[in-house]
Write a protein that binds this ligand. Structure first.
Ligand code: ADP
Ligand code: MG
Length: 311
């Protein structure tokens, strides 16, 4: 007998090790109920992932769950918010218990590491789609804006960049990687590490920040455009993943770090006069951030080599 929706939720989603005092009612009632501490506000991110676009039919289900949440956690971190609660809209073509076990495992293990409680959702039948609504908290008025970059700001990247894009090329058979490198980049594609600690480092300091999921060039161009500014980025300063450095030419040179998807990459605009404090914060939070460029009044993104040649 196929599992009922109720049994499915009880078996794969209801029991989680995350306990939060601000959850009054989690999975089980019609609505979830949470409380927000005085002086705090809530940020909400919705991210949707569909088979054929964001992942492929045969992808490891644990990786699908992990990557979807990692992507959402990165977006919340860019706003300076601490993740708190998650709801899940899951559409499944059929009930496949092995798939559900692996998917919920991948999702909930990452959620647990960042104290995110899954408080509700909905489960329907149809083409495989994963919708996540991630809620974050931060002190009132301290959200980091997407349009705050100003001329003179220093641009920092939290990476490493290029590994996910390299994995996609490798999966498509467009290049042959040594076995260890292939494993490393696939691990980064399916189980990327979201820079959750960046939220605390950004608040009250960064002028703006943006996730780099659509690739550095496109994401950063939008971020600068939003703020009515431009920038010059020194590409040789970009924090590349070791596998990308090792197969740089074979993988299309600068094309990969500039245009490859990077679900957990962040770019941050930091006021130049607070650089020392910012670098201290990065170190204190164990974040690998690198200064790569400077915000300028002239619109547009200019990518240059160390010798000044524009690429
Ligand atoms: P029904 O559709 O039978 O009315 P609900 O959709 O209300 O049932 O689901 C029952 C409970 O399970 C609710 O608390 C709901 O938020 C939760 N829930 C449903 N699907 C999921 C899911 N995929 N992940 C987490 N919680 C879920
Ligand atoms: Mg339902």
């Amino acid at each position: 007998m196929p599992l009922s929706e109720f049994e499915l939720i009880a078996r794969y989603f209801r029991d989680q090790p995350v306990e939060r005092e601000d959850v009054v009612q989690g999975i089980g009632d019609d609505c979830a109920e949470v409380t927000i501490a005085d002086g705090h506000e809530m940020l909400v991110d919705v991210s949707c992932f569909a088979e054929g676009g964001h992942f492929q039919a045969g992808d490891d289900p644990a990786g699908i769950g992990h990557r979807a949440l990692a992507y959402a956690l990165t977006r919340l971190a860019a706003c300076g918010a601490e993740p708190a609660w998650l709801t899940l809209a899951l559409t499944l073509p059929r009930v496949d218990e092995q798939w559900l076990r692996d998917f919920s495992g991948g999702l909930l293990r990452l959620a647990q590491r960042h104290r995110v409680a899954l408080v509700g959702g909905d489960t329907t039948r149809g083409p495989l789609t994963v919708g996540l609504q991630l809620h974050g908290l931060l002190p009132m008025g301290s959200a980091v804006p997407a349009n705050g970059a100003r001329p003179g700001d220093l641009l920092y990247i939290i990476g490493p960049l290029g590994a996910a894009g390299l994995a996609v090329l490798s999966l498509a058979g467009e290049l042959q990687l040594p076995i260890q490198q292939r494993q490393d980049v696939l691990e980064w594609l399916y189980h990327p590490e979201p820079p959750v600690a960046a939220a605390a480092a950004l608040r009250g300091l960064a002028h703006g920040a943006c996730p780099l999921a659509d690739g550095l060039a496109q994401s950063l161009a939008g971020f600068l455009d939003n703020a009515g500014v431009g920038a010059t980025v020194q590409v040789q300063r970009l924090p590349l993943s070791p596998a990308v450095e090792a197969s740089f030419d074979q993988a299309g040179g600068w094309n990969l770090p500039l245009h490859g998807q990077d679900p957990c990459g962040l770019c941050i605009a930091v006021p130049a006069e607070r650089q020392a404090e910012w670098e201290q914060r990065l170190a204190a939070h164990g974040l690998m951030g690198r200064w790569v460029g400077i915000v300028e009044p002239r619109p547009g993104l200019r990518c240059v080599l160390d010798d000044g040649t524009e690429i």
